[in-house]
Write a new protein. Structure first.
Length: 69
């Protein structure tokens, strides 16, 4: 079954998330410039902040009401 362009793009996005979260190693043959390092660093920071915000929201919506009972 051929891979559709949308599926290929989605897999690229998931691979990039895995690299940001240090789940998957980066391709060592891929050239990296200073500006892409900065961009990836800022993306990594924003992704971590988003995950922390989700955890805080879940704690406030789920755990705090359970603890008040």
């Amino acid at each position: 079954m051929p891979v559709l362009p949308l599926q290929k793009k989605a897999m690229g996005i998931l691979r990039q998330f895995a690299e940001y979260l240090f789940i998957k190693k980066r391709d060592p043959n891929k050239p990296i410039t200073r500006w892409t390092k900065y961009m990836h660093g800022m993306n990594r920071i924003s992704l971590f902040m988003f995950l922390i915000a989700l955890i805080i929201i879940l704690i406030r919506l789920v755990l705090l009401p359970l603890m008040k009972k």
